[in-house]
Design a binder for this molecule. Sequence first.
Ligand code: ZN
Length: 388
Amino acid sequence: MITLIKNADVYAPAALGKRDILLAGERIVRIAPDIQLTGPDVTVVDGSGLVAAPGFVDSLVHIIGGGGEGGFRTRTPELGFAETALAGVTTLIGVLGTDAVTRTLTNLLAKASALTEEGLSCYCHTGSYQIPVKTLFASVQEDLILIDKFIGVGEVAIADHRSSQPTLNELKKLAAEARVGGMLAGKGGIVSVHVGDAPEGLSLIEKLVEESDIPITQFLPTHINRNRRLFVTALDYARHGGYIDFTTSTTPELLAQGEVKCSRGLKEALAAGVPVTQITFSSDANASLPRFDSDGNFAGLGVGRISSLLDEARDAVLGEGVALADALQVITANPARALKLSQKGELAPGKDADIVLLDAGLRVQSVWARGRRLVADGALAVTPLLAS
Ligand code: ZN
């Protein structure tokens, strides 16, 4: 597999200008102004008028479905391969959600393997919403060391009525285990933290960091845009070196109730002096989302979508005037760095050949994942073995 993408406007995610990109096997081998290479094994793709960006990295996806909070009939379905590829997401992290009884880590690993067989790079977090967390082996540490696909723990819920109301000590012990497991396995060992609507917000993590030597970057708190109060606290947390993750899946009703739209939140955070390096977006895809009728009454549930990741980055650029390099960074280089996925999130020689071409309207035109073309002209370019 040798592919030469010619004359694309390359965002690595830093803006590099017009460049050619040479892919061989699963890697990027060269990025330069004018690469000449021909031969029967070389596929040349014209990238003129298109933006080339790293494949998107989505740090929180309910790949086996989630929900169930309104009873069994509100359980959400599994994530599909096609929708993921068409959304430009080439790296994703599967997690359990509120329900870690009927949703299991074995099922999570099987689904992650399925998405990886299709060509994506899918990893998982061990653990669960509630502490004591679910594990496959006897501990988080063993799971991280012994199972390749596990790269961290979570999402662990805090400040939420659905959490196990974890104490400072419980969270501290979990973070210490994840940290050491990650160190021994050469992985991030990141603690993904679901932050709910309760007023304590991020205070548990802040206290933990204050009174231990566990670095603030061991945590990736998510849903920080869920209400204005949490959002404001999170800006301060990020200015102190923490990562903050915005959830892109939403509904008009949630936004009307005070959720901060990601595109706007990104603009506000940058204006408030938060370094762009501290901000990530994730889709929370296939989580359940409440729906309401025109009178504001609860009318059932909807499902979070993986395509919301690019939608919010696009809205940040086209609607809020955020620089394209910044908007792309929060869905590529930043989550890759936060999760310590060193092969991901950047266009550079030696990195995995995960590439998205976007048209002038910032819509997905083509996708390569580990060197294989999954999307061409906005349509799936491969035929999955399992027909849907
Ligand atoms: Zn969550």
